[in-house]
Design a protein around this ligand. Sequence first.
Ligand code: NAD
Length: 256
Amino acid sequence: MLQGKTALVTGSTSGIGLGIAKALAQQGANLVLNGFGDADGALAEIRALGVKAEYHGADMSKASQIEDMMTFAASKFGRVDVLVNNAGIQHVAKVEDFPPEKWDAIIAINLSSAFHTTRLAIPAMREANWGRIVNIASAHGLVASAQKSAYVAAKHGIVGLTKAVALETATTGVTCNAICPGWVLTPLVQKQIDDRAAREGITVEQANKDLLGEKQPSLQFTTVEQLGGLAVFLCSPAADQVRGVAWAMDGGWTAQ
Ligand code: NAD
């Protein structure tokens, strides 16, 4: 379905980003990968699916590096057809204890980076009259949790950005939507589980169960493969009129 198209996925050296990159590659898309993890390993996994893949190590907190990455993608593949804004970090602390530099980093990486990639990707998408922008928000783009002020603000912000961009492109073949995962067992969440186990003096297994039981009624993690499937659907012709939605895949978290 995506043969001849190019997808750029930010933060795709691990977790959800790598899962979505694989799902898009399985549909034939060439990939531009990004992130601070094992770039060679991620490139090998994508190339093994028979598509071309390149890597750019831009820091998503730096607008100038994001510009370099978008120029790099265009120089390698002509343009970006599918943009997945996925890079994200987390920090957990009460608002009065929240380090201001962590606030700035979370807003920059989880929100502002998507503004920069989007503004740079849209002109070529408009010219081709086809494009897909998929923003990885979170259940925290729809509801809040305590001790995650920056993350919740950034994720609500990216849902707002999604809607605004969807309206600006509404009469074109470019769509912009957000995916709102619940708990997914990736390095980002594993750290929160490990911290919880250490803090409460419980096993990692118990911390796992408690984490799910608190928020996710299905008591099961959302998987990166399921998220990949949703991203592929949003890139399909069936989703031509899906515009500006924030689509939860959260085991019922936000239905409560
Ligand atoms: P992860 O830690 O496995 O992956 C994050 C990716 O972003 C990595 O490739 C990392 O190297 C990259 N990254 C971090 N800082 C970066 C920076 N400054 N510049 C470039 N790349 C950077 O985490 P994940 O769980 O796969 O998270 C991916 C996205 O999904 C995030 O936006 C996160 O908020 C969101 N999300 C995750 C969950 C979950 O339960 N895991 C739930 C909802 C939303």
